[in-house]
Design a protein around this ligand. Structure first.
Ligand code: CDP
Length: 220
């Protein structure tokens, strides 16, 4: 893995509740990076489409709603958040049981992914402009589709029981196994461990250990 003092792009992929967000936020703090959670992008579009009264099966209506949506960014500490027409939804809305149940259906729609592709890539330029030392982006297709050329790509995993226990501890209603199955088997940008990425099993380590391991691997 190359070591450099120049702008770093770090990708963190993995299924639900494997520890992507806590790891990414911890690394962002430690390495002075801009943090982007692309799961929240899919959740934001899901909220907007559901709010317009459409469901994932109504493809023409979904396309029309997407056309009318203007994406914007709000920086909150180290995290860049997606806004729609300048409004960033509340976290409680993004993680409601309804959004948890629907988000993977919307994320499987190619037009939904197309709406976000250029925007997500452009966040590297924003991070450079804002003088961050780099960008850490978490999701399902970051190391495979969004930044396949990134020098530092990681895939986090954990056994199902550990993941279900973590989600229950967060007090969320979320069928993570069903969501993962949908994410892994869809045609558009399926969840995979990107070729050449480093696989880390987070069930075997504490959060601090995972952050330490990644920091060491990227040579910082
Ligand atoms: O936090 P959690 O791991 O449960 O999920 P999330 O990261 O908020 O992602 C919610 C959903 O968005 C996933 O189940 C995927 O269906 C979708 N997603 C995606 O398709 N591609 C990404 N890069 C990120 C999320």
């Amino acid at each position: 893995m190359p070591s450099s003092n120049t702008f770093k792009i770090i990708t963190i992929d993995g299924g639900a509740a494997v520890g992507k967000s806590s790891t990414s936020k911890g690394l962002a703090e430690r390495l002075e990076l801009m943090h982007v959670d692309t799961g929240s992008h899919y959740r934001t579009l899901t909220c907007a489409i559901l709010g317009s009264g459409a469901d994932a099966e109504q493809s023409e209506t979904v396309s029309k709603i997407l056309e009318a949506i203007k994406l914007s960014t709000q920086i909150d500490g180290r995290t860049a958040r997606l806004g729609i027409n300048e409004v960033v939804p509340a976290d409680s809305d993004l993680r409601s049981p309804e959004v948890n149940a629907q988000v993977s259906k919307f994320a499987a729609i190619p037009e939904v992914r197309k709406k976000l592709f250029a925007y997500q890539r452009s966040l590297a330029d924003l991070a450079r402009e804002q003088q961050y030392a780099g960008l850490i982006m978490e999701g399902r297709d970051i190391g495979s589709i969004i930044f396949p050329e990134a020098a530092y790509r990681f895939f986090l995993d954990a056994d199902e029981a550990t993941r279900a226990a973590r989600r229950a501890k967060e007090g969320q209603t979320d069928s993570i196994a069903a969501r993962d199955k949908m994410d892994r088997t869809r045609l558009a940008a399926p969840l995979v461990c990107p070729k050449g990425a480093t696989l880390i099993n987070t069930a075997d380590h504490t959060l601090e250990e995972v952050i330490g391991k990644i920091t060491h691997l990227i040579g910082s």
